[in-house]
Design a protein around this ligand. Structure first.
Ligand code: PLP
Length: 381
């Protein structure tokens, strides 16, 4: 028997109290009981998303939320600016192209970021740009983008800013209203500690005004219809009831911890992970601000990153993630978001020492774990 550990950058482990809540007999969604449940969830999401606006809760994976953000804010032939510095930045471009939107891409090598000045310049050069799309945490590279800077640049223009927070909601601070982010997209299976299956879209007044003008085809993800339902503590179509039940539980847990503590916990775990990795002589893939959700590590010279992932699985029953697209084989990724605490990080790093040693890399036993413990033992400020 080998105990199983899920240490990928999503899906992430689900706490037992959330699993138990979701295991209760299903309730019907057109009932007062569901309305009371959803009323709690609405309030909790306002708190977590840091907005006075409502959050639309959709039955979809995160990409469904991304598609909803595109089809509800744009019309055929519109121009959109995309921050493209990773696989999920590329995904914005792919969705936009699929719906006939003209994409102006601001590219940066994967592992790096796009400075906010480039966004400001692009918006000045092309004032017809309707929407700016970016990630907060780019899960494929482990970089945290400068959403505050992008929001400041976008506010000077007619455009709206859409931010994919699939791997940063409940992980990294993003004061939606204070920064002036117009549309926050997220998903359930990362910082929110839930199974996959819920997508979230929270819109500013500027974004809602766009929804009324947008002409791209949409049916299932019609946010105006969804908003009418939400106002009645309902969903437009059958909601993913059990996941919404789990969400209420998660929101309770997160509220008990408090926003500041949530950011601090993830920051500590990420710093400990990075210290451990670097103590082994490995290189971090992120060359810009690293994401507190995930650490992408460059595979040692001559070693296939996929081998590291498969050795974690075979020898230790631990799931981590490899590189995506061109990064396949070149990086491996350790998730540390959601239901994760100090000793999970030590498990991941202890296993990394053993995996690398098994693959022939010279390992000084305890170096990664020790370096991480040093960070974890810091007194909280
Ligand atoms: C930053 C980011 N955006 C979007 C997605 C896509 O979400 P999903 O796989 O739930 O459709 C992911 C999932 O890994 C992600 O990490």
């Amino acid at each position: 028997m080998k105990k199983y550990y899920l240490m990928a950058p999503g899906p992430t482990p689900v706490p037992s109290q959330v699993l138990l809540a979701m295991a209760r007999p299903i309730i019907h969604h057109r009932t007062a009981e569901y309305e009371a449940l959803f009323a709690d969830v609405r309030e909790g999401l306002k708190w977590l998303v840091q907005t006075g606006q409502e959050t639309m809760v959709l039955a979809a994976s995160g990409t469904g939320g991304m598609e909803a953000a595109v089809t509800n804010t744009l019309s055929p032939g519109d121009q959109a600016l995309v921050i493209r510095a990773g696989k999920f930045g590329e995904r914005w471009g792919e969705i936009l192209k699929a719906f006939g939107v003209q994409v102006i891409a601001l590219d940066a090598p994967f592992g790096q970021t796009v400075p906010a000045e480039r966004v400001a310049d692009a918006l000045k050069k092309t004032p017809d740009i309707r929407t700016v799309f970016c990630q907060h945490s780019e899960t494929s590279t482990g970089v945290l983008h400068d959403v505050q800077g992008y929001a400041a640049a976008t506010r000077q223009s007619e455009a709206i800013l859409v931010v994919d927070t699939v791997s940063s909601l409940g992980v990294a601070d993003l004061p939606t209203d204070a920064w002036g982010v117009d549309l926050v997209v997220s998903g359930s299976q990362k910082g929110l500690m839930l199974p996959p299956g819920l997508a979230f879209c929270a819109l500013s007044d500027k974004a809602w005004a766009r929804v009324k003008q947008a002409k791209l085809p949409r049916y299932y993800f019609d946010l105006l219809e969804e908003k009418k339902a939400v106002a009645k503590n309902q969903a437009h179509f059958t909601p993913a009831v059990s996941l919404v039940v789990g969400l209420r539980e998660v929101l309770r847990m997160l509220r008990a911890e408090g926003l500041e503590n949530i950011w601090k916990r993830h920051d500590r775990l990420a710093r400990a992970t990075r210290a451990g990795v670097e103590a082994l002589g490995l290189e971090l893939f992120a060359k810009a601000t690293p994401s507190p959700a995930i650490t992408a590590v460059v595979s040692p010279a001559g070693m296939d990153g996929e081998k590291i992932v498969s050795t974690y699985a075979r020898s230790h029953n631990i799931t981590i993630a490899g590189g995506q697209g061109d990064m396949k084989g070149k990086v491996f990724r350790l998730g540390h978001m959601g239901y994760v605490s100090d000793f999970d990080v030590l498990v991941a790093l202890g296993a990394l020492e053993q995996v690398l040693a098994e693959l022939g890399y010279p390992v000084h036993w305890g170096s990664a774990v020790g370096a991480a413990q040093k960070v974890l033992a810091e007194r909280p400020s």
